[in-house]
Design a protein around this ligand. Sequence first.
Ligand code: CUA
Length: 326
Amino acid sequence: MVLVGLVVGAAVALVALLIPWLPTAASTEAGPIDQVYWFVTGICIFVFALVAAVSAYSVWKFRAAPDDHEDGKPIHGNTRLEIIWTLVPTILVTAISIYSGIALASVQEPSPDARTIKVTAQQFAWNFAYPNLSGRSTGDLVVQVDKPVVLEMTSKDVIHSFWVPQFRMKQDVVPGINTQVPFTPTKVGTFPVICTELCGLGHPTMRAEVRVLSAADYATWASQEKGGTATTGAGGGDAGKAAFEQFGCSSCHTLADAGSTAQVGPDLDKVLKGKDADFVRTSIVDPNKEIATGYQPGVMPQEFGDQVPEQQLDALVDYLVKATNG
Ligand code: CUA
């Protein structure tokens, strides 16, 4: 019995330790959060193994013999046992609370030299604005490795939630209030930004990327952004395509030219074929005016007329007409 228990316990512990269950940890905050995770999981494994072993042993040891038709002995409680099974969980839960509280306090305090980035969420896209780069904004988050960042987040419509699994940090993005999430990326690379609050039809497509750049690459990128020649800059032939990404069109619509395959809204390659600039513009600023067959009114946000600056709207319309008729 003891031998079997030890063998099974060792096997389970090996599985728990050897398989990389969690995604790569790519921020300084990931350390304390993973420690809490394994602390709690370790306690759970131990308690489960203990309860399962005692239960299995009792079922085997105290089973009724085939010819035993007697009632069990009447038992009236066991004070010592009851104290133990109240005290032990109390200690464990208190320990978990204190440990989690310490870890939470350590990861929620933004570093004093953190760079602020303003995040705006809307159905179904992310926008990241950089006050240190004259407020330029991108559809993908760009940060510098080992440089602390604090995201100040708000939403234009419903509750969304910002999550990068590799950073371990997760924070709701709520209309009307500003929420914060600090982190310091520690690995150069590209990681997914995931909306993790059910926010409407396009929720599963509300993804972006966070690009963690080396100090040199970040400096190059920042100077390009400031100079206005970068990915989302105005002007140039790609401005319309960039706006298509930046304002989240690609989260909902298929458009071959932009490489997007989302199916929340109509396939633009089909519904815009043969349409002129006026139709495209109206469809963006007043989407309920004409609804494509098989789709519902009110799904596409109504505010693009206010949100998209005139110059970018022109570029977007121009781009869409060319991309679908061309
Ligand atoms: Cu935004 Cu789900």
